[in-house]
Design a protein around this ligand. Sequence first.
Ligand SMILES: [Zn+2]
Length: 99
Amino acid sequence: MDIGHLPKNILDKICNLGGTEKQLRCKECKKITKQVSITYGEMFPDDDSIPGHILLAVNNYNPGVTLTLGIPFVCTECGKMKLDGGLISTVMNKHTRAY
Ligand SMILES: [Zn+2]
């Protein structure tokens, strides 16, 4: 399949390549802020375990993961991370303390 011809917004939805900008509500700032998407590998920058990082990186190209979990976005004002656009993003945002 030639994914080069897919519209960018669909590509952004099924692959997590990072760098997408969105206006989202930030829990920390308590208002709508500009948020930038990051890759899954960037979610845990301090984790040096190679296998873990490769697994996370592979998920950037796994539509099942991006559509279920959502894509991680970081608030450009406070740095707080949240997941957006996935089936369980809201649940993950509520129950995950990591970000
Ligand atoms: Zn914020």
